[in-house]
Design a protein around this ligand. Sequence first.
Ligand SMILES: Cc1ncc(COP(=O)(O)O)c(C=O)c1O
Length: 398
Amino acid sequence: MSVRAGREFLAIPGPTTVPDEVLRAMHRPAVEIYSGPLLALTDGLMRDVARVFNTKGRAYIYAANGHGAWEAALTNVLSRGDRILVLESGRFALSWGEHARRMGVEVEVLKGGMRHAVRPAEVEARLKADRKSSSGGGFKAVLVAQIDTASGVVNDIPAIGQAIRAAGHDALLMVDAVASLGCMPFDMDDWGVDVAMSGSQKGLMAPPGLGFVAANERAREAHKRADLRTPYWDWTERDGEQHYQKYAGTPPEHLLYALRQALDLLFAEGLPNVFHRHRLLAEAVRRAVTVWAEGQVIGFNVIEPAERCDTVTPVLTNGYDPVALRSYCEEQCGVVLGHGIGELSGKAFRVAHMGHVNAPMILGTLSVVEMALAALRIPHGRGGTQAAIDWLGEQVPA
Ligand SMILES: Cc1ncc(COP(=O)(O)O)c(C=O)c1O
């Protein structure tokens, strides 16, 4: 006997729930690609993607996922043999760095870990040493994820930008905003970010398949010297006059219509409100986990509360099987949770709270997790969901 009939809820950290309006926006015939309404659609999207990154720099839209956007960012500013510094705080900056390594870039990892954010003071110290090194040093770029979706860490990007400047280093700051863009502030220009990248399928509420890169003037200067450039990703090619060049081929039209609708929804809500909604719902999840943790089994992966991000919460199950818990939630209740990845594989489940989410979705998910904890006899403090309800009731005025 299950209680899963009805609409399934996808509580994984991407792809996320695509709003019905966004799905409907794709239900139309394909259109001509050299003239007509698509040209204005492209202009508006380029402008508004840059707006979401908060930059006066230029945005590029690729028919690609986040891995593609990683590659786009790297190829456009780096050369074979360049050295870069990758800031570890989970899994994703490391994977981005691994892409760079396979492309012929020399990669050094500033060790961090799975349970805490990058320490800006360590970045500053490493970059100061790099400037003074006899080998000429010269990291060309620093790579970091704003939110690491595997660990649930949020990194302080403005502080990392400040650390680079305090070290007097001219490395480009390159930021992965796949799990954060459209969910929390991203002030590319104010924070001194040179290259930022993201994807369509998380906070931006569109289907998977679009990758975004934003670049400032410094990045475009580096681009002139980069020898890793290849035709598909190349910014110079995409800056060409022809509309066709902006996508290096046939535009992913239906995804562009979807993105337009998704951005319109975000702008109609107002980005500050969107960020606040994410903060409230994330804190509701954290309130629940805090209560469950009183049973001495369930726990947060990220140790410092201030370093827990507002889009996904990885929850440790300390000796109990997270797979059984996920299966129960999915098969008995129709809620699909994320599984632990990387070092957290087999040790955690992840509750996503990003994109098109509201109180009933999050409270429903928490209720189902609590149901699973009880059904599987996993020791936990009682009343986690109630704590989440109490928090939201206090924060959301009548
Ligand atoms: C922070 C982060 N960066 C990059 C990626 C890779 O994106 P994609 O799976 O779209 O290639 C992901 C995917 O989950 C991610 O969470």
